[in-house]
Ligand binder design. Structure first.
Ligand code: ATP
Ligand code: MG
Length: 566
């Protein structure tokens, strides 16, 4: 689909070659690298989202397809925002998506000693200095895209003075913000990133792994390129906003004379009706706009998991969107399409009624119960069956009945005969209504000859509806979700508003449904089809007495129709 594919051959499978694979093929052909070693480098300051999934699928997929290696590396350079809760969730999510890193789990903080040595090396080479300006002064003298920056009055400190100050920074002699270590590059560079970027800052803060050992912490840019170098990463794949940082990474690695990976940038994923900025996602969680990181409305991996999306579906989505260098906003509908396709193949079918109305079969013996053995898929492709009770009083979907049916309404109405799925044919004989005319109880007669849902005389009925036995039905909380935001791109905020004003107040609707009994004992995380209604996933909030289900996706597939039209 959307990729800048060139005409070279694929690596190990027949997938089309995107621009990244083309680049790697060339590197291998020219002997610049002899293997492929990638990594996924999250900062543990939030939970992973669908954008990260794209990066994981890309990096892990490359390592797998080229028979190479894949590292999981936590870029944990900011002690204030990071937490082991995030580390644990990231591990779980990468593994769930199918990423395997064996024993190659690394932490940038494992390299702090080595990074410190590299920093001293730069100082000794006259390539870094301690600046004692305030953060504000440094910002103000950085210049703009059109004007050069101004050199710091501390820029020409001697190597000895720089070393002394830097060591005292390390030893905790100075408060936060008193000094920073800066690279000595070029304050007039057209690339603002190259204007003496900060390499180290003082932070008297406890780190989730190194505790109180460090009073200074390396900046992301310094750490990131050196971590890739230390790990022997061949292709350092990142998103487009790091294009300008590449020059700095090359400078750091070349100045230190260490191994240099090849950086390749690709476009970030954007998804309609949602936000993927960690800052915003954290705000949605912390301020209670959603129930947590794993709220099924969140675009997080754990949110999708709780909603019933599968790793296969997410991987298929990532494969379909491909990689490109042009920023684009992908339709949420495409993700749902991938989920539906996979669930259609694997989800067992059950019966549930979301909006129940009572149906009484007047000629069915009172107190009689028949247990039907029913497969969990009509064509037998999904193994398993369950027992479904049938009795005189059932629930059916309110929408499957009309007093005055419109044309071509093939379900139930006074005088009509329908098939109860796997059950019997029933004919509606009368209806009890409330004072306002709303139907309350539907009366039917059944034909005992039609057990199992077919008639020996070959009589056909047009409609088949689902049902549950009222006496055996298990009431359940069902959570119906719609988009978290009301507009396709909540990053485009109208003037005078914030993205929070674009939140959809009706993104969660909770109803009480009636389930066939077998559904009550499914473990949390099971995704099933409620026949004719959609895919639903058992939620951990539920118990066998009071199950809770999330609607994963509806059955209706507007995406496929859209695709066929195009
Ligand atoms: P932050 O602003 O905190 O840096 P981030 O989304 O970049 O947020 P990281 O933890 O740095 O978070 O991301 C880890 C990796 O995932 C990076 O290599 C980044 O390029 C990639 N990534 C993040 N967001 C997306 C996205 N929307 N699409 C594709 N890749 C992404
Ligand atoms: Mg980042």
């Amino acid at each position: 689909m959307t990729n800048d594919a060139t005409a070279s051959t694929a690596s190990s499978d027949n997938a089309p070659v995107d621009f990244i694979r083309a680049r790697i093929n060339r590197d291998l052909a020219e002997g610049r690298y002899t293997c492929v070693h990638t990594r996924f480098p999250p900062e543990p300051n939030g939970y992973l989202h669908i954008g990260h999934a794209k990066s994981i699928c890309l990096n892990y997929g490359l390592a797998r397809d080229y028979n190479g290696l894949f590292n999981l590396r936590f870029d944990d350079t900011n002690p204030v925002k990071e937490d082991t809760e995030y580390v644990d969730s990231i591990r779980e999510d990468v593994r769930w998506l199918g990423g395997e890193w064996d024993d190659r789990e690394f932490y940038a903080s494992d390299y702090f000693d080595q990074l410190y040595e590299y920093a001293e090396q730069l100082i000794k080479a006259g390539k870094a200095y301690v600046d004692s300006q305030t953060a504000e002064q440094i910002r103000e003298t950085r210049g703009t895209l059109t004007t050069p920056g101004i050199e710091s009055p501390y820029r020409n400190r001697s190597v000895e003075e720089n070393l002394d100050l830097f060591r005292r920074m390390r030893d905790g002699e100075f408060p936060d913000g008193a000094h920073v270590l800066r690279a000595k590059i070029d304050m007039a560079s057209p690339n603002v990133v190259m204007r003496d970027p900060t390499l180290y800052r003082i932070r008297h803060a406890e780190h989730h792994r190194t505790g109180n050992k460090w009073k200074i912490y390396p900046m992301y840019d310094f750490t990131h390129c050196l971590s890739d170098s230390i790990e022997g990463i061949t292709h350092s794949i990142c998103t487009l906003e790091f294009v300008n940082n590449r020059e700095l990474y090359d400078w750091v690695l070349e100045t230190l004379g260490v191994y240099r990976p090849q950086q390749i940038e690709f476009a970030r994923l954007g998804l309609t009706y949602t936000v993927l900025s960690k800052r915003k996602l954290i705000q949605l969680v912390k301020e209670g706009y959603v129930r947590g990181w794993d709220d099924p409305r969140m675009p997080t991996i754990c949110g999708f998991r709780r909603r019933g999306f599968t790793p296969e579906a997410i991987r298929e989505f990532c494969a379909r969107i491909g990689v490109a260098r042009a920023e684009n906003l992908v339709e949420y509908g495409l993700l749902e399409f991938c989920v539906r396709e996979h669930l259609n193949a694997i989800a067992p079918r059950y019966m549930a009624v979301l909006d129940p109305i009572r149906l009484v079969i007047d000629n069915y013996p009172e107190g009689q119960v028949e247990w039907f053995d029913m497969p969990v898929s009509q064509d037998g492709t999904i193994p398993g069956e369950r027992q479904v009770p049938f009795s005189r009083e059932l629930y059916i979907e309110r929408d499957d009945f009309r007093m005055d049916p419109p044309k071509k309404f093939h379900r139930l109405y006074p005088g009509a005969e329908v098939r109860l799925r796997y059950g019997y044919y029933v004919t509606c004989t009368s209806v009890e209504c409330r004072e306002d005319g709303t139907p309350e109880v539907i009366h039917c007669v059944y034909d005992p000859q039609t057990r199992g849902g077919s008639s020996p005389d070959g009589r056909k009925v047009k409609g088949t509806i689902h049902w549950v036995s009222a006496a055996h039905a298990v009431p359940a909380e069902v959570r119906l979700y719609s988009q978290l935001f009301t507009v396709p791109n909540p990053n485009n905020v109208p003037e005078g508003q914030t993205y929070l004003d674009l939140l959809n107040p009706d993104s969660l609707q909770t109803i009480t449904a009636q389930l066939e009994p077998a559904l009550a004992s499914l473990p949390a995380g099971s995704t099933v089809q409620f026949e004719r209604l959609g895919y639903f996933c058992a939620d951990p909030d539920g118990t066998p007495e009071k199950p809770v289900f999330n609607r994963t996706v509806t059955l209706k597939d507007s995406w496929a129709k859209q695709e066929n039209k195009a």
